[in-house]
Ligand binder design. Structure first.
Ligand SMILES: *Cc1c(COP(=O)(O)O)cnc(C)c1O
Length: 437
């Protein structure tokens, strides 16, 4: 189940007509299928059931509390990349013993937060961070459980901007410096080396890059053990691809078979950090057509969703399926058009050269596979409403994040008193001034 299908001539999210949601919640609106998220999680959990594994959902893919709650109830932990994400995971009820914390720029405050809550593991990205974490942990009179993120120098074969495991990427410690890093970690009183971490990138649609990286990690794990550093777990990261267009990503069973073979005999506990793979295909972005614009130069479907609501096409040249919410009857003639958003940027294109029926003003479209890295990257650019988010489960649905109108977006903006005061009124106010007026 991906949660979305045509029934009786229109698109449904599980058992709810998408047009009904759009009419109540407004557009653009993100719609998620709880059943589809759960089913993806269970596919992974089931395939790995015979292995000592913990799936830590990568919060950044879709950080909504309801998604976190749903996955946590299934037994997932959380992979976080900031103090804010740790706070979210805790607020959603994810036990600290299932929270791992990655990220290249952890601050002292974020380290203290993780230590205070006794999270499972800090995934450390550099020697500099290791030394800092040691100091912060000792100040707090504790030891930080650490996995060092290794950069295995593997090209993931996905988009350049979402590859993270090549030598020149900013993430992790180069694998040839790993032994040195672990020896340092073992010598620091505030550090408890517990694991090894890697994450080679995102939207990887083949098994081979994972197998190469994981093999390197297991070899390193063995090497460290012969040197007296026995790590109890390996965290292989996330990055499992989904189907946006014609990709055929590895299924959880194939992944599990590969992992089972590579880790046989290690006795290691395993962690994975899937984000996109759990939620990506479980969401759509529903948008209303404002105009169909035709010139001699081209045909454009101008809609109310765009790069402010879905950055991926503009940011990564990502392809998302775009389809009509009303099912085109068989034989409907299709027109070629660019589907574009309302933002004043040439890059605000959701899809080029799409074949769609002759949609017009007021019609609804859906942008597929937008459950991951969609709502998470929404911006206020051009002061348009931030989309509502809706969760559907069977025949039930709920607005899980109301639409935010522009007036609410600027409600917390402050015009300083020297600009705000109309003539004749008291100008003394709470401004900071070096000139001392
Ligand atoms: C982004 C990220 C993930 C999740 O990546 P997906 O491609 O969404 O699975 C996992 N681990 C780390 C460290 C990340 O930064």
């Amino acid at each position: 189940m991906n949660g979305f299908s045509y029934r009786r001539g229109e698109l449904f999210a599980e058992e709810v007509p998408v047009a009904e949601i759009a009419a109540v919640a407004g557009t653009p609106v993100y719609v998620y299928s709880a059943g589809a998220v759960r089913e993806r999680f269970r596919a992974y959990a089931g395939a790995f059931a015979d292995l000592p594994v913990l799936f830590c959902y990568a919060v950044k893919a879709n950080p909504h509390l309801a998604i976190l709650r749903l996955l946590s109830a299934e037994g997932a932990g959380a992979d976080t990349v900031s103090g804010g994400e740790i706070a979210r995971a805790l607020a959603a009820g994810v036990p600290p013993s299932r929270i791992v914390f990655a990220g290249v720029a952890k601050t002292d405050g974020e380290m203290r937060l993780g230590l205070h809550h006794r999270i499972l593991q800090f995934n450390v990205e550099s020697l500099e961070e290791l030394e800092r974490l040691d100091a912060v942990a000792r100040e707090a009179d504790t030891r930080a459980p650490v996995a060092i993120r290794i950069n295995p120098d593997v090209a993931a074969g996905s988009h350049d901007k979402i590859s993270t495991g090549r030598r020149g990427d900013k993430f992790g410690v180069p694998i040839e410096e790993a032994v040195e890093a672990y020896e340092r970690a073992a010598a620091l009183p505030g550090i408890e080396p517990v694991g090894l971490h890697l994450h080679i990138g995102s939207q990887i649609a083949e098994l081979a890059p994972f197998a190469r990286a994981y093999r390197r990690a297991v070899e390193l794990w063995r090497d460290l053990r012969t040197r007296g550093i026995a790590l109890e777990r390996i965290d292989f990261g996330g990055g499992f691809g989904i189907r946006y267009r014609e990709e055929a990503p590895p299924d959880p069973g194939a992944l599990a078979a590969m992992v089972r073979e590579l880790t046989a005999g290690t006795g290691c506990r395993l962690i994975f950090e899937p984000g996109r793979a759990l939620v990506g295909e479980a969401g759509i972005l529903v948008s209303r057509v404002i105009y169909r614009k035709e010139t001699r130069a081209g045909r454009y479907l101008v809609v109310d969703a765009g790069m402010h609501t879905l950055m991926r096409p503009a940011l990564y040249d990502a392809w998302h399926d775009i389809f009509s919410v009303r099912e085109p009857p068989p034989g409907t003639p299709l027109l070629t058009m660019d589907v574009v958003g309302p933002i004043c940027e040439s890059s605000d294109i959701l899809g080029r050269d799409r074949r769609l029926p002759a949609l017009g003003r007021g019609d609804l479209i859906a942008v597929g596979a937008t459950g991951a890295y969609g709502a998470a990257m929404v911006s206020n650019y051009n002061s348009r409403p931030r989309p509502a988010e809706v969760l559907v489960e069977g025949g039930r649905w709920a607005v899980i994040k109301p639409r935010v109108e522009p007036s609410a977006q600027f409600a917390d903006e402050i015009v300083p008193p020297w600009l705000a005061a109309p003539e004749g009124s008291d100008r003394a106010g709470g401004s900071h001034s070096d000139a001392g007026d």
